[in-house]
Design a protein around this ligand. Structure first.
Ligand code: ATP
Ligand code: MG
Length: 234
């Protein structure tokens, strides 16, 4: 299979703590892959390890056939990997448009992508001159994702997009993520299993710093025992 990203047996330390103790993730090109697992399992650390923010001490991260572990985060991002961290990282004092413009990697990125971004998130067009502080939680999340799409990223890592959002906004967000996944491969951390199962084609379960199971989401949704054991949901 054609994997855009392969995380191979990574071990990551934060200070003296051995946080990831063998995580494998295979991400097929053109898919949405969900990272699942309980609080503190190591999902965010896996994303940060891919990006080199918490570099692995052992193991490999291979993107488009190239080993990227050991590269600086800035250089990893520049290969075409976008990151939407938890808690809607936007510049709250800047306007929506300014937030989008400073996300450019190359001059003109924003102008080229404008139509695509507004087709995904029509609200942003209406709010374009407002400062981030005037946006609702859902609008901030949409802006955070839009920022990661301004540059030509071939892989997008999104951490907990639905967290704290009202159901109607979650629905909008899911639609947008589905739409954008036609252009960009997505790795999604998602605590809401219903959201993850409706969006993702593949899943990886992380438990206490180890990947314990992965495969096709359509198989997982029928596997109540696994869901109960690792995700604690029925
Ligand atoms: N800076 C840090 N110092 C010490 N321990 C940390 C640090 N950051 C994370 N950890 C620990 O690493 C483990 C994995 O954290 P991580 O944030 O990757 O989990 P997660 O699966 O994203 O959890 P959540 O669902 O709560 O976001 C947790 O036990 C956490 O306490
Ligand atoms: Mg997390």
């Amino acid at each position: 299979m054609n994997h855009l990203l392969e995380v191979q047996s990574i071990h990551t330390f934060i200070g003296q703590y051995h946080i990831l103790q063998g995580v494998d993730v295979r991400v097929p090109k053109g898919s949405i892959t969900a990272l699942l697992g309980r609080n503190g399992a190591g999902k965010t650390t896996t994303l940060k390890t891919i990006l080199g923010l918490t570099p692995p001490r052992q193991g490999k991260v291979v993107f488009e056939g190239r080993e990227i572990n050991g590269m600086r985060s800035f250089d990893i991002a520049a290969l075409g990997i976008g990151f939407v961290p938890e808690h809607r990282a936007i510049f709250r004092d800047l306007s929506v448009e300014e937030n989008l413009k400073i996300a450019e990697r190359r001059k003109g990125d924003y102008t080229r992508k404008q139509d695509f971004l507004f087709s995904l998130f029509p609200d942003l067009k209406r709010l374009i001159n407002l400062p981030g502080t005037h946006l609702s939680g859902g609008q901030q999340q949409m802006l955070a994702i839009a920022r990661a799409l301004v540059a030509d990223n071939r892989l997008l890592l999104i951490d907990e997009p639905s967290e704290g959002l009202a159901p109607v906004l979650i629905e909008q967000l899911m639609q947008a993520i589905r739409q954008l996944s036609a252009e960009t491969t997505v790795v999604l951390v998602e605590q809401n299993f219903l959201v993850a199962s409706q969006l993702a084609e593949y899943y990886v379960i992380i438990e206490e710093g180890r990947s314990v199971k992965q495969g096709k989401m359509k198989d997982l949704v029928n596997d109540k025992a696994t869901i109960h054991r690792y995700l604690g949901a029925a």
